[in-house]
Design a protein around this ligand. Sequence first.
Ligand SMILES: [Zn+2]
Length: 93
Amino acid sequence: MAEKNVPSVRTHKIKIKKPFSIEYKQKIVCPYCNNSEDFYEVIENATFLISYIQNADGTLEPIEEEIEVLGPVKFFCGICNADLTQIKKKYKK
Ligand SMILES: [Zn+2]
């Protein structure tokens, strides 16, 4: 028979996952006091644009927030306040 037969062996697509490199997250450690837990970031020259709608009772409700960072973002150790910006950049790739 020349009829179109449904193949007995089901074809199926095999999804091939893109190979990706596993990022090994290295801990940032403060070279001055060995702190690896407490950090803070200072963002300079950031512009916040917040859009509000005013409710009937006069209260303002933020509906949209936009943050534009213009200045440098500095990263500090939370214990000894050392500037770790360069160290963070080194780890962040
Ligand atoms: Zn420190």
